[in-house]
Design a protein around this ligand. Structure first.
Ligand code: ADP
Length: 352
């Protein structure tokens, strides 16, 4: 559109398109080549037509007005060139229609629609994972209760059986109840009740809670806190403790053969919310938990926060989705990555 200077950018445009076609299979290479040849031939034809028009018109005007200035000649050529733009656009439209059966505006619209459909499919996939997870988690306790209930009429006088029955019903109902609470936490996390909290102290207390397990699995703890006294943040300590436990427990389960767990705390100016425009320096708190376990397979990285996604036999797959909910309620974010030297890094960003 920035005629004629915009043409200087065509080389960059073509390089990007070529890269996209070859690497990302943007479109069938044969169509791309045929389309480019047709477009180039037609452009060459209008270019010749344009040059002839310029030469003839310029000569005609020069003879008519009798001027000799080169500047006027260039201006005339430029002006005639402007008149050719609609013709060039028309050619582009016809070539697009011929090869793609649609204009570029229609292709863009189609792409937008396909993108929306893909997003919807992703959402449906998450719903399907969630539904099958809930079904699976509820089915097990129900089967246990049902098995006992079927035998109940015949064993009403069996004291031992009744004792076992009441115990099983109690524990299985608790299991379902926990699941429902976890699901509610995920779907509608309760708003954080914030109080000024010394964050490193909270982390130390949480590490202390799990200290027996760390000793049992031979896990060395390394604290890497930025040396700031009284790092106080306004958070719901109970919720953040829960989030930390979920993350630490995962790290622990990834290192049952022993390893090293590093918890680091840093202040950063990077905001977790890109919409925040006015950022003060050190406005964010980064808490990272790094383990020396096997890490997370790349294909799983994007599924980690989907409810019920688990790779563990007895796992519920709710820990990280609930944790992310908690952090997001605090206006922060939770991300997972693999460390270049091995192991996983779970990092939460909290606004200070
Ligand atoms: P669960 O622990 O019940 O499986 P989570 O939501 O807490 O549920 O975790 C989901 C999955 O994320 C785990 O099953 C595991 O595959 C993966 N994961 C989480 N943390 C780690 C970690 N530190 N190292 C390797 N994999 C992890």
């Amino acid at each position: 559109e920035v005629y004629p200077f915009g043409y200087a950018l065509i080389t960059i445009f073509l390089s990007i398109i070529t890269y996209a076609i070859i690497v990302h299979k943007l479109l069938d290479i044969n169509i791309a080549i045929k389309q480019s040849i047709a477009y180039s031939i037609l452009l060459a034809v209008i270019l010749i037509f344009y040059l002839i028009t310029v030469l003839l018109l310029e000569r005609l005007i020069r003879e008519h007005f009798g001027y000799t200035s080169i500047a006027v000649s260039i201006f005339t050529a430029f002006f005639i060139g402007l008149l050719f733009i609609p013709l060039r656009n028309r050619i582009q439209y016809i070539v697009d229609k011929l090869f793609f059966h649609r204009s570029s505006a229609e292709i863009a619209e189609e792409n937008r629609r396909l993108m929306q459909e893909a997003e919807k499919m992703d959402q449906l996939k998450s719903v399907a994972t969630l539904a099958s997870g809930v079904a699976h988690e509820i089915k097990n306790p129900l089967t246990a209760i049902n098995t006992f209930a079927e035998q109940l009429p015949k064993r009403l006088n069996d004291k031992e059986f009744l004792k076992k029955f009441s115990r099983i019903v109690g524990s299985e109902v608790t299991r379902i109840n926990d699941l429902v609470h976890n699901l509610l936490d995920y779907a509608k996390p309760s708003p954080p009740k914030r109080t000024p909290t010394d964050i490193t102290r909270l982390i130390d207390e949480t590490l202390e809670l799990l200290s027996n397990a760390f000793v049992k699995y031979n896990i060395e703890i390394k604290r890497d806190y930025e040396p700031i006294k009284n790092l106080t943040v306004n958070i719901d300590a109970k919720q953040i403790r829960q989030a930390l436990i979920n993350i630490l427990y995962n790290a622990l389960e990834a290192m049952t053969g022993g390893g090293k767990l590093t918890v680091s705390v840093r202040l950063s100016a990077v905001s977790s919310q890109p919409s925040e425009k006015s950022l003060k320096a050190d406005s964010c708190l980064l808490i990272a938990v790094r383990d020396t376990g096997p890490g997370i397979p790349n294909k799983d990285l994007q599924n980690l926060f989907i409810p019920f996604f688990t790779t563990k036999d007895g796992g519920t797959g709710l820990g990280l989705s609930v944790t992310r909910g908690i952090i997001e309620q605090h206006g922060g974010s939770l991300t997972a990555r693999n460390h270049p030297e091995g192991g996983a890094v779970l990092q939460m960003t909290l606004p200070k």
